[in-house]
Design a protein around this ligand. Structure first.
Ligand code: ASP
Ligand code: MG
Length: 417
């Protein structure tokens, strides 16, 4: 059994949906297809919700735009205007409107999930109906009945035990060989919709593969695979052919945006390989992430994490940075969910490179000032080079001001401006 995941970019228009059909129809295996919301629908829903809180009427015009976008697509895919899908989509938009008007939710995040989750309901209904209309028989699954999560809205965690029991009964390959379902969403025990964090559909695919012991997962993207650098920032990028789960975790952690960091654990736990392949060039081999022992491509990997802040702390009385001090510092960071990407310490100082989120960083600095002399720089970048060579380092650090440099056997980090 395979799990495929198609992101919003792959189904943003009728050409994309037809391309999906072409890719899927070549497979004869049992298959689960996980799909995200069409194009930038999730952003649009966030916008509609935000506007609705200030000005309901204004939000309706954005709502109508989103409705037209979906109905346009339906029109291009289903020439018969009596097709049931027209009614289904209009009905879902009615439901969406009800949620926008619903004032009973105890928190913004809870309402957010009830509203934003419609993106995936809509996209999957359209694609599933289209595949069926093209003789690719498949069953639409409401993943809200399968994925049971806690009630941390917008960042829900999956209850793997309950989810696994549900999944086994719902995805029954004796009855059907292709199932199609939503990424990104789930539901609490008492039936409220939850979301798994933005860009969470990769994670859905991985979690499903885990509970159903899939043979592999293929994430279809608009790039050839995972590249050795982000082409937005680096020239001459090349595709990585094979990397280990550990390597992929390192890349995701230090800021490579190709795969959602949470995706790897459920796959690694069951040794399920993950392929990242191009929906534009589906014949390409893509990147395979698996339990490879060694990285043997001899290609340095560059990862740039922007908007970093470097904070250096010096005890006021020149005392050493003892363990107690360190534990106080890290307790504060963990309580405020501040991500530390790099640490460097000396006998009397410690420097931390953190993701700069303005309000949090300011508070953090004020708090540290109570106990330490504090120096900081912002608007820095953290450049990580895996499998580095001197040439590679030269090439990307030339002309930059380096604040911190750290090298281990396989990895070099530079905090730069
Ligand atoms: N549609 C959701 C988002 O844009 C989930 C996803 O695309 O993975 O965040
Ligand atoms: Mg998306």
């Amino acid at each position: 059994m395979l799990v495929f995941k198609f992101g919003g970019a792959s189904v943003k228009d009728s050409k994309g949906v037809k391309n999906l059909l072409n890719i899927v129809k070549d497979y004869t295996d049992n298959l689960i297809i996980v799909i995200s919301a069409l194009g930038k629908t999730t952003n649009a829903l966030e916008e509609i919700l935000k506007t609705s809180i200030e000005d309901l009427n204004k939000s309706y015009s954005k709502y109508e735009d989103l409705k037209s976008y979906h109905l346009e697509l339906v029109k291009e895919l289903f020439p018969n205007e009596n097709d049931k899908i027209y009614k289904d989509i209009k009905e879902e938009f009615d439901n969406l409107k009800k949620e926008l008007n619903n004032k009973t939710y105890s928190s913004y995040d809870k309402k957010y999930d009830q509203v934003v989750s419609f993106g995936e309901i809509l996209s999957t209904k359209i694609v599933s109906a289209f595949l069926n209309s093209q003789q690719l028989s498949n069953s639409w699954v409401d993943i809200r009945k399968v994925f049971i999560t806690d009630d941390v809205f917008r960042e829900a965690s999956i209850d793997f035990e309950k989810t696994s029991i549900n999944a086994e009964s719902v995805f029954n390959f004796k009855n059907q060989t292709i199932y199609l379902t939503q990424g990104f969403i789930g539901a609490t025990n008492d039936g409220f919709v939850t979301t798994l964090g933005r860009e969470g559909s990769d994670y859905t695919a991985a979690a499903l593969a885990n509970v159903l012991n899939a043979d592999k997962v293929i994430v279809w993207k608009d790039v050839d695979g995972i590249l050795n650098a982000d082409p937005q920032y680096f020239q001459d990028t090349e595709k990585l052919d094979k990397i280990s789960y550990q390597e992929a975790v390192e890349l995701a952690y230090f800021g490579a945006k190709v795969i959602h960091p949470k995706t790897l654990k459920p796959l690694h736990n069951k040794n399920i390989p993950l392929f990242v392949r191009s929906f534009i060039k589906p014949e390409g081999s893509g990147t395979e992430i698996d339990c490879f022992k060694k990285y043997d491509q001899n290609l340095p990997i560059f990862i740039l994490k922007k908007d970093q802040m470097l904070i250096s702390l010096f005890p006021k009385d020149l005392s050493f940075v003892f363990e107690d001090e360190l534990s106080k510092i890290f307790k504060y960071l963990s309580e405020h969910r501040i991500r530390v990407n790099l640490i460097q310490n000396s006998a009397i100082s410690i420097s931390l490179c953190i993701d700069n989120s303005n309000s949090k960083s300011k508070q953090l600095i004020e708090r540290f000032k109570e106990d330490y002399k504090v120096l900081y720089n912002d608007q820095l970048e953290l450049l990580t080079i895996r499998h580095y060579s001197e040439d590679a380092i030269q090439k990307v650090t030339k002309g930059k001001k380096i604040y911190i440099e750290q090298r281990s056997r396989h990895t070099a980090h530079f905090v730069i401006k």
